[in-house]
Write a protein that binds this ligand. Structure first.
Ligand code: ZN
Length: 276
């Protein structure tokens, strides 16, 4: 809980949170700010020599918490489903190369077909890439997304659905990323977090806030404390399961991206200590 916290030993920042920065800038500035964990979005790996990226990360002492993102399995078109498999296999290679133990899956959806069909294709896609994930030692974290994305970004919209799928696949290499932004509204959240932890499926915990009003579905996430999510309560439920992983700050915000990113990082640290 926030009151017990006096350090940044569990603070991780997603590179997309500081979107104006490239990988080197993220690594150098996070390290200098005393942040301990980094989740790497694949856009900052584009055109990067992965060995050099690994050295940069190793030298920094930052913990690579995960790579974001894989997924987008469903499509009404077979070729696109195959392209997604290929892309996920590449993501596994990238994650292994930079030393990330987890890939976050934004599972995908295709509005031209039923949610059930998309869910079936998500399960098939995960099962297809699972052997390579195992071989690489990289776990796959299903991230349920807010229902406003059910038409195009994810047909997995509640923690209950994610729990069902992870339990059905039943592999130690498949688990779940719990993100307060996507799940805060769910009346069954506490019990589903408990279930997720009990089954050993809780792999990651993402924080930001829900702005009221939200003016953009993608890029108007709030800094912790800006909005209406009771983050300390949800964090408490997560920690009650025995989860000892990082608290990952994942904020997509046109507003904050337009500001000085070093000052923003300090705001993130403050909000982490007082509002998370
Ligand atoms: Zn997330």
């Amino acid at each position: 809980m926030a009151s017990e916290l006096n350090d940044f030993s569990k603070l991780c920042v997603h590179t997309l949170t500081t979107k104006p920065w490239n990988l080197r800038q993220c690594v150098e500035n996070y390290s200098a700010a005393g942040i301990r964990g980094i989740t790497i979005w694949r856009n900052v790996l584009d055109g990067q020599n992965l060995k050099e990226a690994r050295k940069l990360l190793d030298d920094s002492g930052l913990d690579v918490v995960s790579v974001a993102r894989g997924g987008f399995f469903p499509s009404a078109e077979k070729e696109k489903r195959q392209a997604a498999i290929d892309d996920n296999l590449f993501a596994i290679e990238q994650a292994a190369a930079v030393g990330a133990p987890v890939i976050v899956l934004v599972c995908g959806a295709d509005g031209r077909q039923s949610l059930q069909k998309s869910r079936d294709q998500i399960r098939e896609g995960i099962v297809k890439i699972l052997p390579q994930a195992k071989a690489a030692g990289v776990k796959l974290a299903i991230e349920p997304l807010h229902p406003m994305y059910a038409g195009d970004r994810s047909a997995i919209n509640t923690l209950e659905q994610a729990n069902d799928m992870a339990e059905e696949i039943n592999s130690e290499y498949v688990g779940i990323a719990v993100d307060v932004y996507h799940l805060w509204w769910d009346a069954h959240l506490q019990q589903e977090i408990k279930r997720c932890g009990q089954n050993g499926n809780l792999l990651a915990f993402h924080v930001c806030d829900w702005n009221v009003p939200t003016v953009d579905f993608l890029n108007d996430r709030g800094l912790m404390g800006d909005g209406c999510i009771n983050i300390p309560q949800i964090r408490g439920w997560v920690e009650e399961t025995g989860f000892r992983g990082y608290d990952e700050v994942e904020i997509f915000s046109d507003k904050y991206w337009a500001t000085d990113q070093k000052e923003y990082l300090e705001k993130i640290k403050q909000a982490y200590l007082t509002k998370t």
